[in-house]
Design a protein around this ligand. Sequence first.
Ligand code: SF4
Ligand code: SF4
Length: 642
Amino acid sequence: MNWNIIHGYVIGAAIPAALFFFFRAVYMRYRLLQACAPVPDPVAEHGTRLKEVLTFFLEQKKLFQDLKPGIMHAFIFWGFCILSLRTITMFGMAFYGFDFHLPGFGPDTFAGEGFAVLKDYTVVIVTVMVLYAMVRRYILKVPRLLNTPSALFVLLMILGLMVTDMIFEAGLRGASSPLAGHTAFLLHCLGILAFLVYIPTGKHMHILTSVFNVYLRPLHRSGRLTKLPLEDESVETYGTPNIENLTWKEALDLYTCTECGRCTEACPAASTNKKLSPRDVINKQKHFLVDDEAARLLSGDKTKEPSKDMVPDVVEAQEAWDCTTCQACEQACPLNISHVQRLNSMRRSEVLMKGKFPAELKRVFKGMQTNGNPWGMGAEKRMDWAKGLEIPLLENKPGAEYLLYLGCNSAFDDRAQKVSRSLAALLKEQGVSFAVLGESETCCGETARRLGEEAVGQALIEANVELFKELKVKKIITPCPHCYNTFKNEYPDFGGNYEVLHHSELIAKLMESGKLKPADNPQGRAVIHDSCYLGRVNSVYQPSRDILAGVPGLEVSEHERSKTKGFCCGAGGGRFWLEEGEPRINHARVKQLLETKPSIIATSCPYCMKMLSDGIKDLGATGVEVRDLSEIVSGPAAAVPK
Ligand code: SF4
Ligand code: SF4
């Protein structure tokens, strides 16, 4: 039997068939991207993007956040790169015989012999890694992994390719069993072609798209929601009422998701049994786009109605409302897939286009619209927190260096008011030149935008930008990480550009300069709770650590879920204003922090303060209290005098 002729004919026939199905599937998906909405920001800064892609793939840093599977994936990835040379060589062998080799990789060359050894080791390592992946999936049953038929198919396929390569080498090269060798060679080449056809149809599409997905990701967008063009009368849809309202980048995310479940594992909502699982949202949108809506979108007939509404038919409304916008999912995702904007867009279409939102938000939206704060409190109560402190108003002190912007929670909530007093007293004592807006202060717009009420959010922002312009505001200090993020990352879209400091940054600076010396007052054992909007969203982790390290008598501990792995208090994304079923996120967070046996939970956000204090109360925990950093530095704060 002339095996060379058989290889040539079989593989020669299979290659064009495989390429046809591969390119057909890729082209269909490419056209679906074209049918989606444009991205709001131009894809610029190519140098930065290129650098990020290179470090992303060479270092595989995000994968190593979860070390063991990260190592496993990295070896498979690098193995895949090395073995691609081997694959080309094998296809050459199919037509030119087994002596075929790539130029420069001949049998007696250094490159040829070196590669042969490297290839053998790589095959063994990839085999071991695939077996490890199977153990994790089917024996250890790691909860975040989905045991779908496609996951099994891919693992068996990779294993099959490694095994057939080994049999080919041993059987044919070693001449021990030519039949086994030839069969293995044929199966190996056909397996690669079958895999090629499969790639665009399943989760392994990420092999093709991940480079582009990382390259094209929104830069500088961590804490920034896109600005909706509300003034443009030609725009008829807001958010994502239909699948084609996803931007093409959001659709590319769908193709890129590997279903690894890291996002869902990190998600505080999913961890407390809420409806939301970020991975499932991605999966549902992907199948809806590719399986249900492709024919309609590719027909180009704009009069055809979508087969289902995005919410509630594809994604349940509760899933969108469960999100705290904490970004733990995006931090955990090895492929930089966006979830927060995606979920927010669904809230936007629900609120702006259908007027649908949880009943408890009616009062909140009204309060923001009519009184400029979600409580609906009258402006005359804005300065209650400052009673007896003689805090200057900016209109009376136009030369003040900083605007101290409290934010609604710090102005109205009883506990947060104490922090505001403590902070203002500290600033005065330190001689910081600051003033407040007083009764003119309104909400920064964050809550409304996070809750999908973009019209109210934009109105609040525009009014503030106007006011700040009149008062010549250049620098802002705020004790609220949500206001901080909004001023810093969202106001520039509305023409407001300021130097923004969170109070922890200012306090850390004052301490570093030696000006501020915390009292030598043994305080106990503190554990740090990072606010998501200060930490994960804006990477401000160090000031709180520097502050606590500088307080005499204070022992400081960290929970394993801190910094990038921090766990939300449950209040972000406007969830502070929404009902939550059991088990509650704030309870879960307090339980985690109590594992470090603290007497103080140190925080730097009025929302975290409230959620964690409530959690301690609900759980009946004793001997522990929540304190803001400013209180830890300057001693317990006094309540507002009656
Ligand atoms: S932002 Fe936070 S709550 Fe929302 S999906 Fe991601 S991890 Fe879950
Ligand atoms: S979105 Fe990212 S983290 Fe979540 S399953 Fe997909 S690839 Fe994994």
